[in-house]
Design a protein around this ligand. Structure first.
Ligand code: C2E
Ligand code: MG
Ligand code: MG
Length: 472
């Protein structure tokens, strides 16, 4: 018997084989098309790196592996320093070239299975599967080094710094959590002078969340009159006469009680809320001065109100108008208001500062440098700026008595102030001896717990009525 199959069966088999091959080819094509489609969906068109979807994809896989016992993945988030400025100066095409070069350099600094993606204009993320923090730090530093050399743009070359945040994933993390925390670390790097790697720190997150909460509450506090002003007397040292007072803001928090300015002014300054807060203080202080002037036997006619002004106020175009309107509304002369500016508020000395200061000076309000000597202490600007007073930082008075030469030192400061044609107020006087010492070197005015602590309105009004002159 022949072993060959009957003809009919052979042809049926080969037809089937053909069909199988055809189906397989179709399947492969479909697969490829799907793969291409997916690859495109996961690719950043400009740089050829992965995009956000690719990052999500890689993260999900890495977290699955972690659940099965692998090490958790680490995320490096990178943001180019000064990219917008570069784009504005060098143009779009050059900016694209920079992004492409940066992408290549990052790619070449990491391993094949690390997932490099571009998330936004100049934001990159690298997911390192199963990577401990120490190794991720080393990779991050390698990327920083790779980006160090200038990038050639044909007719010129640029240096592009990058700030890097690192966060290792926790089992409960979603990609959003991981990105947010890496972003926080990256921002820290920017704050600390850029071009470095920062590892996520839970304390920073806590501080940030607290700040966010405070900002929200503070905004409501300004609008719902939870802020209050306390007043502290300023005394003419030679006569003991109360010249005026400084308004110091406090926050009457419904849960936490009285909060001191040191705890919320910096937050207000960092978040721009300071402008609104400053307007509130200005209106409240000027209104209070009007009430005292109107009440018999409280403030004399040249009693002045001092308020603290922040750097942001000097940068605001409306500030001068706000001040002049507030005074005009209450029928008060500009001289009755003194604005206290810290050295750090004026030290920028940019166009806007100079414009605002000159306008305030023209308006006729008093301008005083606060906490003089606490910071930069450049004597030069005492003469250059249109200020008329200086409030000397309390550390100088508090060192009185500790060192016998301190009084000579204070006398020298006093002489500088006077030779600049300014009036000096001495802050932080806590004892009769300190007041007497300052009087002995002809200091003009003083402020401190010895003369009176900051008091709420009603108590300060009582004090004014009782003590129009401080017993010397
Ligand atoms: P500052 O303007 O230098 O105000 C003086 C601070 O020293 C006040 O603290 C005051 O209570 C305190 N002080 C007064 N006399 C003495 C003393 O004899 N000994 C000691 N150890 N301290 C004394 P406060 O009220 O906590 O204010 C702190 C800072 O907060 C102020 O320093 C000022 O820079 C800022 N601040 C207060 N109110 C405002 C405001 O309305 N706006 C702005 N932008 N800042 C404000
Ligand atoms: Mg002050
Ligand atoms: Mg001060």
């Amino acid at each position: 018997m022949s072993a060959t199959k009957p003809r009919r069966l052979v042809s049926a088999d080969s037809r089937l084989e053909n069909l199988e091959r055809h189906v397989q080819a179709l399947m492969a094509e479909l697969h490829h098309a799907r793969y291409e489609q997916r690859r495109e969906a996961l690719t950043d068109a400009l740089t050829g790196l992965g995009n956000r979807l690719a990052l999500v994809d890689a993260f999900v896989k890495a977290q699955q592996a972690t659940a099965e016992g692998a090490l958790p993945p680490a995320l490096l988030l990178l943001d180019l320093d000064g990219f917008r400025a570069l784009k504005n100066s060098a143009g779009h095409a050059a900016a694209d070239q920079v992004l492409i070069t940066v992408a290549m350099r990052i790619r070449s600094a990491v391993r094949e299975n690390d997932v490099v993606t571009r998330l936004g204009a100049d934001e990159f993320a690298v997911l390192l599967p199963a990577t401990p923090q120490s190794r991720a730090t080393a990779v991050g530093n390698r990327i920083l080094a790779a980006l160090e050399p200038n990038i050639d743009l044909g007719n010129n070359s640029v240096r592009c710094g990058v700030s890097v945040g690192l966060r290792t994933a926790e089992p409960h993390h979603t990609i959003e959590d991981l990105l947010q925390e890496a972003d926080l670390a990256m921002e820290e790097s920017k704050n600390e002078g850029r071009n470095k790697l920062k590892v996520f720190d839970p304390a920073t997150l806590h501080a940030r969340l607290l700040q966010r909460q405070i900002v929200g509450e503070l905004r409501d506090a300004i609008r719902s009159d939870q802020l209050v002003l306390y007043y502290q007397p300023i005394v003419e040292l030679a006569t003991g006469r109360i010249e005026g007072c400084e308004a110091l803001v406090r926050w009457k928090h419904p849960v936490h009680g009285l909060i001191m300015p040191d705890q919320f002014i910096p937050v207000a300054e960092a978040t721009g809320l300071i402008a609104e807060l400053g307007r509130w203080v200005l209106r409240a202080a000027v209104g209070q001065l009007r009430s005292w002037r109107d009440a018999p036997a409280t403030a004399h006619q040249d009693f002045s109100m001092r308020i603290n002004v922040s750097a942001a106020d000097l940068q605001s175009l409306e500030f001068v108008d706000d001040v002049s309107e507030a005074l005009a509304e209450k029928g008060l002369a500009p001289e009755s208001l003194v604005l206290e500016l810290t050295e750090s508020a004026i030290i920028h000395n940019n166009e806007l500062d100079r414009y605002t200061l000159a306008s305030l000076h023209r308006l006729g309000v008093g301008l005083e440098i606060d906490d003089f000597g606490a910071g930069y202490s450049s004597m030069g600007y005492l003469r250059k700026l249109p200020v008329d007073r200086v409030k000397v930082d309390r550390q100088f008075v508090q060192d009185l008595g500790k060192d016998p030469s301190q009084l000579d030192f204070l006398a020298a400061i006093q002489q500088v102030i006077r030779s600049c044609g300014l009036e000096g107020t001495w802050e932080g006087i806590e004892t009769a001896e300190q007041a007497a010492a300052l009087r002995s070197i002809d200091c003009a005015s003083g402020q401190g717990y010895y003369f009176g602590r900051p008091l709420p309105e009603a108590e300060f009004t009582d004090q004014l009525a009782r003590l129009r002159t401080w017993p010397a």
